[in-house]
Design a protein around this ligand. Sequence first.
Ligand code: GDP
Ligand code: GDP
Length: 475
Amino acid sequence: MLPVVALVGRPNVGKSTLFNRLTRTRDALVADFPGLTRDRKYGQATHAEHNFIVVDTGGIDGTEEGIEVEMAEQSLLAIDEADIVLFLVDAREGLTASDYAIAEHLRKLNKTTFIVANKVDGIDGDSTTAEFYNLAMGEVHQIAAAHGRGVSLLLDQALMPVIEQLSEQFELEMAALSIENGDAEIDFEIAEPEFDENGDIIEVEEPEHVPFADVPIKFALIGRPNVGKSTLTNRMLGEERVVVYDLPGTTRDSIYIPMSRNDQDYVIIDTAGVRRRGRIRQTVEKFSVVKTLQAIEDANVVLLMLDATEGISDQDLSLLGFALNAGRSIVIAVNKWDGLDQDVKNDVKRELDRRLGFIDFARLHFISALHGTGVGHLFESIDEAYRSATKRISTSMVTRIMKMAQDDHQPPMIRGRRVKLKYAHAGGYNPPRIVIHGNQVKDLPDSYKRYLMNYYRKALDVMGTPIKIEFREGA
Ligand code: GDP
Ligand code: GDP
């Protein structure tokens, strides 16, 4: 569970500039998949080994008929879901009536709030920002988001103490949960290989899967409202015998539902919020991106649902982008496949090909949650994706595959010297990471990196999970 930081303020104070600066560090995987853009409103940031979600709340302008009316519904929800608010003001423009109005509103919300005076570059920060103390919201932090000045200090002094405290609290809550759910967190250090006197890698006997593979598979069911998440959840759960933990939480929290099927235990992370109290089913979904982000973060496998009758929307693509960014295994279910004309089915398939063709590792299923068609096969893909993400990859195996790939297709010459791949080892799981050592490997063109990626995918026989390859210079 990640702390949520909302950026609030008038238009043009620099919220999106600060957003970009904070989230830049967590771009990598999505950047590897051309065709997917980040959601400009939601992102993830990392600072001092802590991850948090950053939300740009967009246009809040308090100048008009009272802030309550003026704040867009979305912005209100975003602020509501946040743990911490960064209230941005413009040091160059000085204190405005809107700033007072926004401050008044924030005061009522009773959230941890910091005032951040932006654009202090090239001006006397102390004297120009002094007037913001009139907002009576404590210390005024000075930054120049466009240049990065003061941002680290803001994070270290203001945000980190609160984030650390929240993380500890979340960890305690999660620890309590894991008694029920099984803790499938996969995150541990992998030792680099050792060499014998001939320079050959010393092989170590290793099991096929990392030990975590035996705990319940947590999968997050995500998708836009009305794609059929609740219908699918109920279908998966069958009728009776279901105990739903009705966990306390806010609108941004998902519900965790344990279930099992063919001797495999699962936990559905249900973002639609299907609550079954006795026989009465209530659907309480209010679509929340933060909830979806949290669910993705906590899941082993993401089950993304699309609606065949609606086509692929930008929102679908940004949900997919979040899952990729988190490095999650992915299964895609195209729902409402019942009762469609063959022409429509063909159109949908063409569109999927065009817009999702680049995610060649995810299994695509055409299902009807309503009638139950294809739902059983979803579990096969979820299992496969999880097994792939946690598959033990040994040093000798990844080195052998690397050599085969290199023999089949030589890396290019760069500055008159051929790039040489020397050896490889596992760098982590979920997603599998492979570290390749060699000469000039950092200069390898993207086409060759993609070639290696595909070669590894085939040779390791992993489906459903992205693979990350890192390159290191030298032995
Ligand atoms: P938003 O509407 O609050 O998201 O504001 P933007 O991030 O779009 O920034 C509005 C304008 O302020 C842009 O022209 C930015 O280039 C500029 N800006 C943002 N940060 C700084 C800064 O630190 N210094 C200066 N001088 N300009 C900035
Ligand atoms: P959620 O908002 O994602 O939880 O979506 P729901 O499960 O509430 O479904 C939204 C609507 O789509 C409901 O009217 C469902 O009956 C309908 N629906 C869900 N799955 C299917 C399906 O496979 N086929 C058809 N035709 N309708 C479906």
